[in-house]
Design a binder for this molecule. Structure first.
Ligand code: ATP
Ligand code: MG
Length: 631
């Protein structure tokens, strides 16, 4: 194996040779004639002329060797249901679903919107779409009717697949009234709505749309639906970004490039081998769910664990019991889940046999050092951060352990993955930063296979949003701000609009948050910039403590605030010291667990945060308001 450096170099200097080799990982019904078409930058087409199919590669191809291996282990702690599907059984279920969809008029190139909870049928439906060459668009189950309606109007599906209800933390969320309202609001109307009845809630769906899945599944029980061989660059799915910074963008993914990129990432980044078991605790509504619950593990012949429930029900030991029961080798989740677990009894972690587990991967938001150190220590296993976006589909920054055993560095998700020509750029001049200098994380043309092809239905927006913000260069902007060291490791300092300017000093909110979270009392923290007449901007810190009872009175709170300010002074200097430290019991987040710093900043400046369709719990805004008002 070459060194990471040589490996990365080759991928950038000679992407044709590099990716031609990687493309052998998947089955091509017709070989491609061109590895990379760069005739129309910033658009790139990979494996042009090649014909393949994601479902064939994820399922059919494994039947020869692993028909009796589990492909999917499904566990719901909400309903108590546990099911296992071998690759042979998965094949059968996907064919039934594909036949049902076909009978409802779904064809190649058409969109199918999935508004589903974490049930096996969600995975069947995604792969059935892939089989038919239809484009799935998964909308996170539980999004409110206006968000759902906006996505229906944007994706214009011929079919919607939904369920009677989702469940979270013991509460049933009726989907059908939400769907009815969304359809009433949407301009576009699907031909049918296919309903998976979990018998959790009475269905109230408008009868004119309704088609029940179960009787049709029976009717097509023995169906075999051939895979539609798609040209590598045809769309496989549309997935909307989390909407942390504004209106979600419909990210379009291709077929061949995505399959190749994910298969390669399983070896080089996640080090998952055929026969391993992987548990990605995320949701199919997010990109991590698409790539690492569904496609990548199955493409690589693993067993994937799909979990409906929270990390703390019935208690905070549930995930670790799953590791023991299912001999899980790889786990992948978001730091937000660990911060929830950190508040639980640490003894729960020690009760299960974790010997099968090799690595815990984390992505999605900054991993603060205390949380990372806490979990690594508690588990006794490597905890590996990786950084990416819905847009890229797989990690931009990671520790490519399958290439070279680079040591992780606390606070950094790692080095640029092969295929990504990452540079840090000065926001004002577009010049490349020197090591240690802060800048915007940018990626050179072309983006590697697996990354977004365009914005759904809006090529111009793809160019203007992503490729036009670094002065003087046509570079892809991540809109994240970071710093790269001499060894190439990048630390994320926050989103570019989260950078604050205190008396002429540019500070990433993440830097201040990192300092604050090193205090033992802190469970979670959000720092935002607030306009200030003297300094331009000052930082406000909103802190969730681990044990609220300890800080019930003003005296204890004030003492904590001054300790926290001193902590920042020590680590960053007084320039980073928050002007105010406010205790709250919850922070406003998107449903994918990302902090809504813009909304907090708006409240701190006395403005209204505006529409927040992707917010997890709107009462968190009231808590921020109350804290600001000293209530
Ligand atoms: P929108 O683009 O609609 O505002 P979003 O950016 O929150 O939504 P995602 O694509 O789900 O939607 O999130 C990607 C972002 O998450 C990254 O750009 C980065 O800001 C953050 N992120 C992801 N992984 C990490 C990580 N390991 N460390 C720090 N930040 C991360
Ligand atoms: Mg984004």
């Amino acid at each position: 194996m070459p060194s990471y450096r040589d490996f990365h170099r080759l991928s950038i200097d000679d992407p044709e040779t590099f990716w031609r080799e990687q493309a052998r990982r998947i089955h091509w019904d017709t070989p491609f004639d061109t590895v990379l078409d760069r005739s129309n930058p910033p658009f790139a087409r990979w494996f042009v002329g090649g014909r393949t199919n994601l479902c064939h590669n994820a399922v059919d191809r494994h039947l020869a060797d692993r028909a009796q291996q589990n492909a999917l282990v499904y566990v719901s702690t909400e309903t108590g249901i546990e099911r296992r599907y071998t690759y042979a059984e998965l094949y059968a279920e996907i064919n039934r679903m594909a036949a049902v969809m076909r009978s409802l008029g779904v064809k190649r190139g058409e969109r199918v919107l999935l508004y589903l909870p974490m049930i096996p049928e969600a995975l069947f439906a995604m792969l059935a779409c892939a089989r038919l060459g239809a484009i799935h668009s998964v909308v996170f189950g539980g999004f409110a009717a206006p968000s759902l309606a906006a996505r229906i109007d944007d994706a214009k599906p011929v079919l919607i697949v939904t369920a009677d209800a989702g469940a979270r933390g013991g509460k049933v969320i009726d989907y059908t009234p939400l769907m009815d309202e969304a359809l009433a609001r949407a301009k576009h109307q699907p031909a049918h709505v296919l309903l998976i009845d979990r018998q959790l809630a009475p269905e109230r769906l408008n009868a004119t749309y309704l088609v029940a899945y179960e009787p049709l599944r029976e009717q097509f029980f023995d169906a075999h639906v051939p895979c539609e061989w798609l040209e590598s660059n045809e769309p496989s799915y549309v997935l909307y970004t989390s909407g942390t910074t504004g209106k979600p963008k419909g990210v379009v993914r291709d077929v061949g490039g995505y399959a190749v990129a994910l298969a390669a990432s399983m070896e080089y980044i996640f080090q998952g081998r055929a026969g391993d078991t992987m548990f990605t605790a995320s949701d199919i509504g997010w990109v991590v769910g698409h790539s690492y619950i569904i496609y990548a593990p199955l493409l690589a012949g693993l067993t994937t664990v799909m979990y409906e429930g929270t990390p703390i029900r019935p208690d905070g030991g549930i995930w670790w019991r799953l590791v023991e029961q299912h001999r899980i080798n790889l786990m992948f989740t978001a730091p937000t889940a660990l911060r929830v677990l950190k508040k639980q009894d640490p003894a729960l972690l020690k009760k299960s046999d974790l010997s099968s587990l090799r690595t815990l991967f984390l992505a999605g938001e900054p991993l603060d050092e205390p949380t990372s150190a806490w979990i690594a220590d508690a588990l006794g296993k490597p905890v590996v951060d990786n950084y990416w976006q819905t847009e890229t589909g797989w990690p931009i920054l990671a520790i490519p352990g399958g290439v070279e055993a680079l040591p992780p560095k606390l606070g950094s998700p790692g080095v640029p993955s092969y295929g990504y020509d990452v540079t840090l750029r000065n926001e004002a001049t577009g010049d490349e930063c020197t090591p240690g200098e802060k800048g915007v994380i940018a990626i050179g043309y072309p983006l590697p296979p697996g990354c977004m092809k365009t914005v759904w239905g809006d090529d111009a927006r793809f160019v203007s949003t992503y490729w036009s913000s670094v002065p003087g260069h046509q570079l892809y902007s991540t809109f994240d701000w970071g710093i790269q060291d001499e060894d190439g490791y990048v630390t994320i300092l926050g989103r570019t609009d989260d950078v604050i300017n205190v008396a002429g000093h540019r500070l990433g909110t993440r830097e201040i948050e990192e300092a604050l979270s090193s205090h033992a009392a802190v469970a979670e923290v959000a720092v935002v910039g607030v306009t200030d007449v003297v300094k331009g901007q000052v930082a406000f810190a909103f802190v969730v403590v681990r044990d609220a009872q300890q800080f019930a009175d003003d005296k204890a709170r004030n003492k904590l605030a001054s300790e926290l300010m001193k902590t920042v002074d020590r680590q960053l200097g007084a320039i980073g010291r928050p002007a105010r430290v406010l205790l709250v019991s919850m922070l406003p987040k998107t449903r994918s667990g990302k902090l809504l710093r813009r909304a907090i900043a708006a409240l701190a400046e006395g403005r209204e945060p505006g529409d927040l369709p992707t917010i997890e719990d709107a009462s968190a805004l009231t808590m921020v308001r109350d804290a600001l008002a000293g209530r």
